[in-house]
Design a protein around this ligand. Structure first.
Ligand code: NAD
Length: 356
């Protein structure tokens, strides 16, 4: 059956990097993958046309598709807009409307790029961690929230950390399902020594683990997890954690690799529908110059094939093709080093297609 993919290029370098991923998709299409692509506007690009970063037709397209490929949103020209219509609202709206509660952020360091990390090569070479972050609950959404004025006139800010058992269970299951396709180890990160909410988190993770006897579950407090990520990151396979802890730890893990242009991400709902995007932003400083690294977007496509389209073999093929172009010494400016061949965005995309 033909799968429908919504292509939302967005702003800044978005259209340039998405164009390269589309080349890869079209190549797979010529080699047996049945997909149909449809473009939609999101972010600043959508605001310019429709006065909103998430027009109804884009949301309808996203809902009617099997998966969404997104570039990035945002740019200097929209920073002064009211927060309700800023480009980033388009992304948040898609996550909320599609109930994309599981955010998968791999931190992979290709051996060819071990020098790009600020850590010693022996600490990070071969790094392959999957951080599974809860994305639609926790303290970022909990009520009540706000800033109030106390009787003594002092202002007080407050937020609420709240998770129901079902929310913890579904993100737990996502993490264990992913671990089954990897090294079968899950480390659940919490602050159960201080926060009752994450005491419950730990308890529910233990319950979920009973359904996955092949997967080893461990627990770690978030402060220790931050230390361990920098000290000995290769000890981790899958990490699962709350929205806020995941926000922080996944950025830390991403930076272990030193190359923001290489890292993909996926956000999934309970039916496995997902939005796939590079972890970086719209990089307005280099937009329109054909110098951005398209590999994070191409690797996001590989995640789409694996997690939403059930095409693991094609996903492997893309990942191997990316390794091959790195072996050939091809580098975009962000990952370039002495002795390597500097290539443009489009040349990098063409090279991946040529290997495929
Ligand atoms: P950024 O990720 O866009 O850029 C940070 C730095 O990394 C810049 O120097 C940029 O040139 C470089 N960079 C990023 N992606 C690259 C790539 N593929 N190849 C080569 N270099 C790359 O973050 P920022 O500068 O903080 O934000 C810029 C805009 O992007 C803002 O409007 C922000 O709100 C938005 N943003 C969007 C998303 C998203 O769409 N998911 C995520 C983060 C930031």
């Amino acid at each position: 059956m033909t799968k429908k993919i919504a292509v939302l290029a967005g702003d800044g370098i978005g259209p340039e990097i998405v164009a390269e991923a589309v080349k890869v998709l079209e190549c797979l299409g010529r080699n047996g993958l049945a997909v149909e692509l449809e473009d939609g506007l999101v972010g600043g690009a959508a605001y310019e046309v429709h006065g909103t970063p998430l027009p109804a037709e884009t949301l309808d397209l996203a809902k009617a598709s099997d998966a969404i490929l997104l570039g990035a949103v945002g740019g200097y020209q929209w920073e002064s807009l009211d927060i309700s219509v800023r480009p980033e609202k388009g992304l948040l709206g898609l996550r909320a409307e599609l109930e994309l509660f599981a955010n998968l952020r791999p931190a992979i360091l290709y051996k060819q790029l071990a020098d790009a990390s600020t850590l010693k090569p022996e600490v990070v070479a071969g790094l392959d961690i999957m951080i599974v972050r809860e994305l639609t609950g926790g303290i970022y959404f909990g009520q009540p929230r706000g800033v109030r004025t106390l009787d003594n006139g002092e202002r007080q800010g407050f937020n609420t950390l709240v998770y129901s058992e079902s929310e913890i269970e579904r993100i737990g299951r996502s993490a264990f399902d992913i671990a089954m396709k990897r090294d079968r180890r899950v480390c659940s990160v919490d602050k159960a020594n201080v926060l009752e909410c994450t005491e419950l988190w730990r308890e529910v993770m233990e319950q979920v683990a009973r359904d996955y006897p092949e997967v080893a579950l461990s627990h770690m407090y978030v402060d220790n997890a931050a230390m361990q990520l920098v000290r000995a990151p290769k000890q981790f396979d899958v990490m699962v954690t709350t929205n806020m802890f995941g926000d922080i730890l996944s950025d830390c893990a991403a930076m272990l690799t030193g190359s923001i242009g290489m890292l993909p991400s996926a956000s999934l709902n309970a039916e496995g529908k997902g939005m796939y995007e590079p972890i970086h932003g719209s990089a307005p400083d280099i937009a329109g110059q054909n110098v951005a690294n398209p590999l994070a977007t191409i690797l996001s496509l590989a995640m789409m094939l694996r997690y939403s389209l059930d095409e693991a073999v094609m996903a492997d093929r893309i990942e191997r093709a990316v390794e091959k172009v790195l072996d050939q010494g091809l580098r975009t400016a962000d990952i370039h080093s002495d002795g390597m061949q500097k290539v443009s965005t489009s040349a990098m995309g063409d090279a991946v297609v040529a290997v495929l």
